[in-house]
Write a protein that binds this ligand. Sequence first.
Ligand SMILES: [Zn+2]
Length: 226
Amino acid sequence: MKNKTILCFAAHPDDLEYSCTATLHLLIKEGYEVIYIIITNGENGFKMGSLPPKERVAIRRREQIEAAEMLGVKETLFLDYKDGFLDYTEELRARLTGFIKKYKPEFVFVFDPANGEFDSLNLFHRDHRNMALAVFDACFAAKNLWMYPGEPHRIKTLYFYGTRKPNCFVDITEHIELKLKLLACHKSQFPDFTKIEQYIREDICAVHPEYKYSEAFRKLDIVQKI
Ligand SMILES: [Zn+2]
């Protein structure tokens, strides 16, 4: 039977809502099951008053779960790393590889590890960079027979979001309202959502000349050549 699972990795709650939820909506309609893996707690990106870290973590998780449920995500996992302090460790790669071997996804969505421009403090956030590298390496390790325990799994395609080198554009013109509604679930991030809405409509999703709104990816097919 064809594997219809998609694993989506995010460094923070809201990364996926910025990047790929309208595309995921289309894939869910095709019959795919989507699993979210949120690596850090996002507690240091909180913009709604001063609360202790534990409460900020709880709020950000609730917001992420609300957005995931609204989209129809099957499962959302929180790996509980501290926001802003993500290291690429052997422990992290082993955990990520374990998820790929367990869920055997056809597609993996993650930040683009090939980005290297460092022209945006937000896009080139340490957690995004380290997550992207660790997930990329975990995709290799998962298809290897010997590196980690468990049956190997070769994913079919990597979709890198937040990329500076897109080669795949998905027309989401019909689904921009849904994307905005999902992003708006992260209330603690947006004291003024109208500014974010404008940013999504005029910048992030205005990247293809023929589509009013689109989501852009660098797509990498994992082809077995030998
Ligand atoms: Zn982020």
